[in-house]
Design a protein around this ligand. Sequence first.
Ligand code: NAP
Length: 313
Amino acid sequence: MPARILDGTKLAADIRAEVAAEVAALAAAGTRPGLAVVLAGHDPASEIYVRGKVKACEEVGIYSEKLTPPDSITTDELLRQVEDLNRRDEIDGILVQLPLPPQIDSKKVLLAVDPAKDVDGFHPVNVGFLSTQRPGLVPCTPAGVMEILKRSDIAVAGQEAVVVGRSDIVGKPVAMLLLNANATVTVCHSKTHDLAEVCRRADILVAAIGRAGMITRDFVKPGATVIDVGMNKVTDPVEFARLFAGNAKREESFRTKGSTLVGDVHPEVAEIAGAITPVPGGVGPLTIAMLMFNTVKAARMRRASNVPELSRA
Ligand code: NAP
């Protein structure tokens, strides 16, 4: 039986509607949440991501501000901009878009963001809060993965979860969130032996690798839930054929555009998984929705004394 498709676009729209309602309630109480996005330089992919984030803010009623320092900015100058945003009361969230220009000490800049405004959840203080189960700001993509599971009624407690990938922004925080939700968690990486065998143990398999269609049916226990975080652009016709031969719709779009977006999970996995996130339209849309959620959460936590208690913890 083909897998249940976990529709990230729909789930993200639900979250954004909930966030919009909270923003309206906060605004009625005299507080409008605000997000500042810092985009240094002209990385084309970053420009697209930032545009999407600013637009999402407008749609849910969050005040947004885009700072665009030039490519040539120094670490010290960028630190001063971040410190200025830290001081401004109307800014609840600060997002420094990565990658930064090569001369910038990225770690130093991320460390300078006030943890209370760190809506990306990358600051070591928030990483520590996550691992010790204290309230804090959780990285957006991992938080989105958990929302997909929760809102799709997929049990996590007591389940075997395998996460492939151990990056600071996806693999590790996803693993920590699954552990906090009482799954039995295994984290795999490029040095893992017998990866397919380890993955086949999973009731919940999360792929955050960055390799197009690497997780084939041999990696998946029939009936497992498969969450595909990967976003890979495929332009090679041979690679395309390995993944999508016989898929008329994709073939047509590949012919027209010369590329296609594919996850880390081979499409054939949908034939044996119990539930699966598509790419596109799976985890991706949740990332921006959770950024909006985090901005409102930051506003609520920072201004706890002068805003009314709202619906979500
Ligand atoms: P990353 O920093 O490059 O980390 C990749 C991880 O995969 C590393 O831990 C690496 O192991 C592991 N890996 C690489 N090749 C492997 C192999 N052959 N076998 C087993 N493990 C292997 O990537 P990332 O930032 O976590 O992103 C992962 C994917 O998610 C990318 O496709 C990215 O575009 C996508 N992504 C999507 C969203 C979204 O919103 N949907 C957000 C963020 C990222 P080592 O640690 O041993 O090197």
